[in-house]
Design a protein around this ligand. Structure first.
Ligand SMILES: [Zn+2]
Ligand SMILES: [Zn+2]
Length: 379
């Protein structure tokens, strides 16, 4: 485990990142702070503006061996922080409610360890990815030629897990989290005088039937391989002009399953419902998708290596019985490179991810650094 002085330094860094959160695709300031921190450690290469705001640092043994990639995220969320502690967010309406500030501190801690002593073989790339929360960042970094030439043999990422014992490492072969998509359905009718709805086409009935029928597709049972979660996210109908009968409705849902194939089937069913209702009520219809996350697939061999590394680092490894229901764009990395995402327990008595009172627990920084350092030095 890292010493007390390093833990204090990384905690101070984490709190500074927490004070200055930035939304997905706007992480210029955070990227600059990280690049400045890394620059002082004199990595063998330092790349900035990879896939917009991404930052990458290389620590190279100069000898043959595995190319390892450690990925963390730069972005915060459009959530107003309700905490009042000293390091609370300085940016109205924006805060680090997923713990990406803590993930960055862990990878910065790994950078410090590798700056002190390079791995004995191979390379370690440390990657700070923008725009995880909206599903854009991994795609952008993977499209950047400077990322592509690194050709990692093993890609790693961790996510803190509130509700799980602090410092425990959660492992799972195969799916680690869900395949997720967001559906936008627009029903287009015709406004009329509110006194004469018979002269217009009101999308309200189609909208309410659409909610009823699409939410009925839910099978929110994580232990079932055919789990389906359909959630209402947002809706809009007509306007607040009380003399006008509504002429347009817009509904946003998220859908998630354990794999891409089941998600495709679920999306087709939701589309069929929307099209049937539009036909029934003579409405125009537009269906669009946004913020797709592919299910993250953990390579069984690499999961075994992480289990061994956790043992060497003195950490408790626990098998996760089911995957996690959130989307994670690290799935795009594991689609291209063998890799593994692990959970790091954040503590049992913790607000959940994306809660307005969430704050990353600094006590688990040493656990994350220890696990990643073992992996960075493993053959
Ligand atoms: Zn999140
Ligand atoms: Zn997150």
């Amino acid at each position: 485990m890292i010493g007390q002085a390093q833990h204090e330094r990384l905690t101070a860094l984490r709190k500074e990142l927490h004070r200055f959160p930035e939304l997905s695709l706007n992480e210029a300031g955070t990227a600059k702070r990280i690049a400045t921190f890394l620059q002082e450690l004199k990595p063998d290469e330092l790349l900035t503006q990879v896939g917009k705001h991404g930052v990458m640092a290389l620590f190279d043994s100069g000898k043959p061996g595995p190319v390892r990639l450690f990925r963390c995220e730069l972005d915060a969320l459009p959530i107003t922080e309700v905490n009042t502690f000293e390091h609370k967010s300085n940016v109205p309406g924006v805060s680090h409610k997923c713990g990406h500030d803590g993930h960055m501190a862990i990878v910065c801690g790994l950078a410090e360890r590798l700056a002190e002593e390079r791995p004995a073989t191979g390379k370690a790339w440390l990657l700070f990815q923008p725009a995880e929360e909206n599903g854009e960042g991994a795609k952008a970094m993977l499209a950047d030629a400077r990322m592509r030439v690194t050709k990692p043999d093993r890609a790693y990422a961790l996510h803190n897990l509130p509700g799980v014992e602090a410092g425990a490492v959660l492992l799972r072969e195969g799916s680690f989290n869900a395949s997720v998509n967001s559906i936008i359905v627009v029903f287009k009718g015709r406004t009329s005088h509110a006194a004469e709805p018979e002269h217009g086409i009101d999308p309200a009935r189609a909208m309410s039937d659409f909610f009823q029928r699409s939410l009925a597709l839910n099978n929110n049972v994580p232990s079932d391989p055919r789990m389906r979660v359909v959630s209402s996210v947002y809706a809009e109908l007509g306007s607040k002009d009380h003399g006008i009968s509504a002429g347009r409705a817009e509904v946003h849902l998220t859908v998630r399953c354990w794999n891409d194939a089941e998600l495709d089937r679920l999306q087709t069913e939701v589309e069929t419902i929307a099209n049937e209702l539009a036909d029934r009520d003579r409405l125009g219809i537009e269906i669009g998708y946004t913020q797709r996350f592919h299910a993250n697939q953990n390579d069984p061999v690499i999961v075994g290596q992480v289990r061994d590394a956790a043992g060497r680092a003195g950490l408790k490894a626990v098998d996760a019985p089911d995957p996690f229901k959130w989307g994670e764009d690290f799935g795009l990395f594991t689609a291209e490179y063998p890799g593994c995402m692990v959970g790091l327990g954040a503590g049992v008595d913790m607000p959940a991810l994306h809660n307005p009172d969430y704050d990353f627990p600094d006590a688990i920084i040493p656990h994350g650094v220890a696990l990643f350092e073992e992996l960075a030095r493993a053959d």
